[in-house]
Design a protein around this ligand. Structure first.
Ligand code: ADP
Length: 507
């Protein structure tokens, strides 16, 4: 049979004790074997086979007896095998099965079959022969191939993990490091062998946003956690990472490991900080001259009116409107930088929400003749919060409703008091928001990218500011919108503090 060179191993030498058998009832014995058995004479001719040979090779007993043994081999190996066989009869020895030789046989239909063979010299009726036991090992070979493929896949995945720029850590349930990829070596400065078995948060002097215990609880409850962590590198440098952690459980649900993927965002945060700083500076530099120009324009407008030059006064009124828009944009920029640096001022006061709504509606109604702003819901709701900021949010929602309803129409500002909160609603019948943009509408600098939307001016900051303010007030903001049919923005605010129920009463 055929030896595959890569797996060939030296044969195990077993002392040669020739078996003495008689051909008389031998076939009865041979048929008992689960392996295919072939007896060949010294010329390599088959003298006897058992029934299993037919199962493995497809030949009948009669077809094989008298044929050279090589007819059971693939063509390309037959010639070499003749020499191999002759050599065997000169130095007969027993070669057992399962010694790792990869052999191939060929069936009657020409297909090849992986086999394992053991050979043994035998004296049949006093004449030297050899008996070969042949086992079809197709299932074993398939299983081995599958195992090799799996190994290959694992090697590729390990390589991928190692090549990732992110730091990838595997921790045991008590945060001891089990695995640490090259990304982690590169980011934190320790090699994998140096950190194996150490407690990750001690090594990295981790600063947790909510505390370590809170993170562990969240991880146990949710099975995963995402957020920012600050780690300290080997050289003492702090790095801020966007960390994703996944709890791996065993078959009975007990925590088995934590998979942690850390992406270094230190540089990105620094760039954002510098960008905010620049926007803040630019905003300040722009605001002063624009405020002066606005004052001069108003003075001039008044003088022209007094002088009876209404045409020029009307032109200046338009300049004034544009300056108002410009001032609004600059204020948004300044607010955003103040918001991100945490210096946006807050003033809590108790006020009547209905009066605020009335004021905001009146202010915004003055900016448009084509829209009618209607209020729905009446009653005095006293809440304790930053009146100016809530006014800013409502003014922004209403000015958006006006801006994105270019054909004009009715805009509704409604409010309802629910148990412990008040819900406000700004509804328009404008161009609506594309479905794919809706999840990002409150992101900083986000503007819907449809052709229609791009024709309107704006920086994509108003809703971001509104959402940040509402978050700060522990409320919620969201949108429901149908492209082409209009949008409704909802805001809920808690009626906090003692006597909230009383404050929340509609009187
Ligand atoms: P902008 O200054 O661009 O209006 P906002 O943050 O206020 O910025 O709004 C973000 C984006 O959301 C806008 O660019 C616009 O595409 C969309 N949008 C906001 N309000 C409406 C609305 N009422 N109708 C349609 N689209 C809206």
């Amino acid at each position: 049979m055929v030896n595959f060179p890569e797996r060939e191993k030296p044969s195990v030498a077993i002392p040669f004790v020739p078996l003495q058998v008689s051909s008389l009832n031998l076939h009865l014995l041979l048929d008992l074997s689960p392996d295919a058995l072939v007896i060949v004479d010294q010329a390599g001719m088959i003298v006897m086979v058992n029934e299993q040979v037919e199962t493995v090779f497809g030949y009948t007993h009669a077809e094989l007896v008298g044929q050279p043994l090589e007819c059971l081999l693939p063509h390309q190996f037959r010639q070499a095998h003749i020499a191999h066989r002759e050599h065997y009869f000169h130095t007969p020895r027993t070669r057992p099965m399962g010694m790792g030789l990869h052999l191939l046989g060929q069936r009657k239909d020409g297909t090849e079959v992986p086999v394992e063979i053991s050979l043994r010299p035998v004296y049949l009726d006093g004449v030297s022969h050899a008996i070969g036991a042949i086992r079809d090992v197709t299932p074993q070979r398939l299983a081995e191939q599958e195992r090799l493929h799996q190994l290959q896949r694992i090697r590729q995945q390990t390589e991928l993990i190692n090549r990732a720029h992110d730091a990838i850590l595997v921790l045991d349930p008590t945060s001891h490091i089990i695995s640490w990829n090259q990304g982690a070596e590169h980011l934190y400065g320790w090699t994998s062998s140096e950190v194996n078995g150490l407690v990750s948060y001690d090594l990295l002097r981790t600063r947790f946003p909510l505390g370590r215990a809170a993170l562990t609880t969240l991880l146990e409850q949710e099975g995963q956690w995402e957020g920012e962590l600050t780690h300290t590198c080997r050289d003492g440098r702090p790095v801020v990472v966007e960390s994703r952690q996944l709890l791996v459980r065993d078959e009975v649900g007990a925590p088995q490991a934590v998979l942690e993927i850390d992406r270094d965002i230190t540089e990105r945060l620094e760039l954002e900080r510098r960008k905010d700083e620049f926007i803040g500076m630019a905003g300040h530099e722009l605001k002063t001259p624009v405020t002066s120009i606005k004052t001069y324009v108003q003075v001039l407008q008044e003088r022209l009116s007094i002088a009876g030059d209404e045409a020029s006064a009307t032109v200046l009124a338009k300049v004034d409107t544009q300056l108002t828009t410009l001032t609004h944009l600059i204020n948004e920029l300044l607010d955003v930088t103040k918001m991100t640096t945490g210096i946006l001022s807050w003033q809590e006061e108790q006020f009547d929400l209905e009066i605020l709504l009335q004021e905001v509606v009146e202010d915004l109604q003055q900016t448009t003749a084509r829209h009618q702003i209607c209020r729905r819901g009446t009653g005095h709701v006293h809440i304790s919060a930053d009146r100016e900021r809530i006014g800013q949010v409502l003014a922004n929602l209403l000015s958006n409703a006006i801006k994105y309803t270019p054909q004009g129409g009715t805009i509704t500002l409604g409010f309802e008091v629910e148990e412990q909160r008040v819900q406000l609603r700004v509804q328009d019948c404008g161009i609506g928001i594309p479905i794919e943009s809706q999840p990002y509408i409150f992101d900083r600098f986000f503007r819907a990218s449809s052709q229609e939307h791009e024709t309107f001016p704006g920086l994509g900051l108003g809703l971001y500011l509104a959402a940040e303010i509402i978050k700060r007030l522990e409320g919620k903001i969201w949108v429901e919108s149908q492209p082409g049919a209009g949008s409704t923005f909802f805001v809920t605010l808690p009626l906090q503090g003692e006597g909230a129920g009383e404050k929340g009463e509609r009187q």
